[in-house]
Design a protein around this ligand. Structure first.
Ligand SMILES: NC(=O)c1ccc[n+]([C@@H]2O[C@H](COP(=O)([O-])OP(=O)(O)OC[C@H]3O[C@@H](n4cnc5c(N)ncnc54)[C@H](O)[C@@H]3O)[C@@H](O)[C@H]2O)c1
Length: 191
């Protein structure tokens, strides 16, 4: 399947690109930087905050599927308003263009932080295993917020839009197995 991975040069993105290629998919990475050695069929450098540039690239590629991972991913790495504006606009541009140009499967990355995970003053889940009915304690909403709205905004009878919540990922070279220390993502299937 022709699949666009945004943030393909990132920690999670590089592993996702490698995994998808390994399963026989044609993968195109969109990122503002190139990653030498990434096994994508093509790496396209674009600033995804630029709506017109993003749309032009997606219109050219016409992916069947999109995995949206590009974001300012680290809490407090920039002013919260900057993180909010950047991540929201990136998610909107990518997902809107993807669906407009024919993608029928969209996966956007959020985080478990809306549930309370990682809160500086500590957090315990109300119950385990955690699912999408778990109460929200969004201590750090700017990083993952935009992706949370994706299923409601873009799912329809022709488009399946989902959100994943990776908990902790590590590059393959750091532990030999991608996501070795991760717990399974929860996922809401739209459509
Ligand atoms: N890695 C984890 O443990 C983890 C945990 C929870 C959630 N997540 C989520 O997964 C996603 C990916 O996280 P990551 O750890 O791979 O982050 P990362 O910072 O390693 O990668 C993000 C990528 O997005 C790209 N990017 C950022 N702004 C861009 C822009 N304007 N235009 C184009 N590209 C841009 C960066 O260049 C980078 O390659 C994020 O949404 C993050 O919140 C990751």
């Amino acid at each position: 399947m022709k699949t666009l991975v945004t943030g393909g040069a990132g920690r999670l993105g590089a592993s996702v690109v490698t995994g998808l290629v390994g399963h026989g998919h044609e993968v195109i990475s969109l990122d503002r930087v190139e990653l030498p050695g990434l096994p994508a069929a093509e790496q396209i450098v674009v600033d995804l905050t630029d709506a017109a540039a993003t749309d032009a690239v997606v219109a050219r590629v016409r992916p069947e599927a999109v995995v949206h991972l590009a974001a300012i991913a680290t809490p407090f790495s920039a002013p919260e308003a900057v993180i909010w504006d950047t991540n929201t606009s990136i998610a909107f541009h990518v997902l809107q263009s993807a669906v407009t140009h024919g993608a029928t499967r969209v996966l956007a990355s959020s985080s478990p932080t809306p549930l309370g995970y990682g809160a500086p003053l500590g957090w315990r889940p109300v119950y385990l295993p955690i699912d999408e009915d778990h109460p929200l304690r969004p201590w750090n909403s700017p990083v993952p917020q935009a992706a949370n709205t994706a299923p409601g905004r873009w799912s329809n009878r022709d488009v399946m839009c989902s959100v994943s919540r990776p908990v902790s990922t590590a590059p393959a070279e750091s532990n030999g197995v991608t996501g070795k220390n991760s717990t399974p993502s929860s996922c809401r299937m739209g459509g």
